[in-house]
Ligand binder design. Structure first.
Ligand SMILES: [Fe+2]
Ligand SMILES: [Fe+2]
Length: 191
């Protein structure tokens, strides 16, 4: 049974893989053609979908557990959620651009750097404390909640939804449904 750290670590690995792939791919500035730019936009959409789901479920189940079980949990959670909010603002702007837009690579580069720092913060500053505070049973219980919540999590960043577990649980499912309807209409995130 995957526990909270297995679930989050799998997401982090996937996000870092996507970032590396995007950062090695051809850009408008390095002479990418039309098809390559469309693919780049698609890969960025997939990154935004993955990242939106990941941060939404962390805010619903991971940070509350950190606040409850880790001695300086409130401070760590506040700092991390601030990083997540900044990330959402950047992704929200990036989501509106095409890969041929001038600002696209700027925002993508900015996000990539911040996302790597955010992941390192969580894994190095937060996980050890939570790992030692949770029983194996509690760790796998949170892991299950995260995996379940990911299935219905929003696929867009929603920087203006308050990042509180209560707000996300109330407005999250409706936002997620609206996101999915828009995704279906526009083909976003599809093959
Ligand atoms: Fe996070
Ligand atoms: Fe994370």
């Amino acid at each position: 049974m995957p526990d909270v750290f297995d679930v989050l670590s799998k997401d982090h690995t996937e996000v870092k893989r996507m970032l590396t792939e995007l950062q090695t791919g051809p850009t408008k500035q390095t002479g990418a053609d039309e098809d390559q730019l469309l693919l780049r936009k698609k890969m960025t959409e997939e990154l935004i979908i993955e990242e939106s789901r990941h941060e939404a479920v962390e805010e619903m189940y991971f940070w509350p557990a950190v606040r409850e079980h880790v001695p300086d949990g409130d401070q760590l959670a506040d700092e991390a959620i601030e990083q997540e909010q900044e990330g959402k603002e950047v992704l929200n702007s990036l989501d509106k651009l095409n890969a041929s837009d001038l600002e696209f690579e700027n925002l993508l580069g900015k996000f990539a750097e911040a996302a790597r720092e955010h992941i390192a913060f969580e894994e190095n500053m937060v996980w050890p404390g939570l790992r030692s505070a949770l029983t194996a049973e509690a760790a796998s219980e949170i892991g299950t909640k995260l995996s379940e919540a990911k299935k219905t999590a929003p696929t867009r960043p929603h920087p203006h939804t308050p990042p509180s577990p209560g707000a996300l649980k109330t407005t999250g499912p409706a936002a997620a449904m609206a996101d999915k309807a828009r995704d279906a209409m526009t083909g976003r995130g599809g093959d």
